[in-house]
Ligand binder design. Structure first.
Ligand code: 2BA
Length: 106
């Protein structure tokens, strides 16, 4: 068994969640915050049998879009601070797959 930990843009989280539950996966959704942009994203925990791992990843991939985001960046030059927007590409999804040593529903 594996535990899939997937960080998804919060704008995609509704469609990712619906697709996973429709396909019969058990999902826990956590509201999280990215350390770089400091904006909200969503982390899904999905416990899955090894044989269905690729299905989970494919569903997350299908419903997570890449997007560009402008973020302010400040530089210091000639005794003055200048704010220059920088474009950052976010997503589609960041996925970690962990081995599960034990799974019990008590
Ligand atoms: P954030 O940390 O807010 O990062 C948002 C986006 O900013 C990232 O998109 C990446 O394109 C950019 N970024 C992050 N750190 C950067 C840096 N030091 N310099 C330049 N650009 C940087 P994604 O890679 O799609 O990541 C989206 C979110 O997934 C991240 O939000 C974070 O919450 C999570 N994440 C990504 N990689 C992770 C990792 N190795 N460990 C834990 N969480 C991760």
């Amino acid at each position: 068994m594996k535990l899939v930990l997937a960080i998804v843009n919060k704008d995609d989280s509704g469609t990712v969640l619906s697709a996973l539950t429709q396909e019969g996966f058990t999902v826990t959704k956590i509201a999280t915050t990215g350390g770089f942009l400091m904006s909200g994203n969503t982390t899904f925990l999905v416990g899955v049998d090894d044989g269905r791992l690729d299905d989970v990843i494919r569903i997350i991939e299908r419903h997570s879009k890449k997007r560009s985001q402008m973020i302010p960046s400040t530089t210091y030059n000639n005794n003055a601070y200048t704010s220059i927007p920088v474009e950052v590409t976010v997503g589609g999804a960041t996925v970690f797959v962990l081995n599960v040593e034990r799974y019990e529903r008590l």
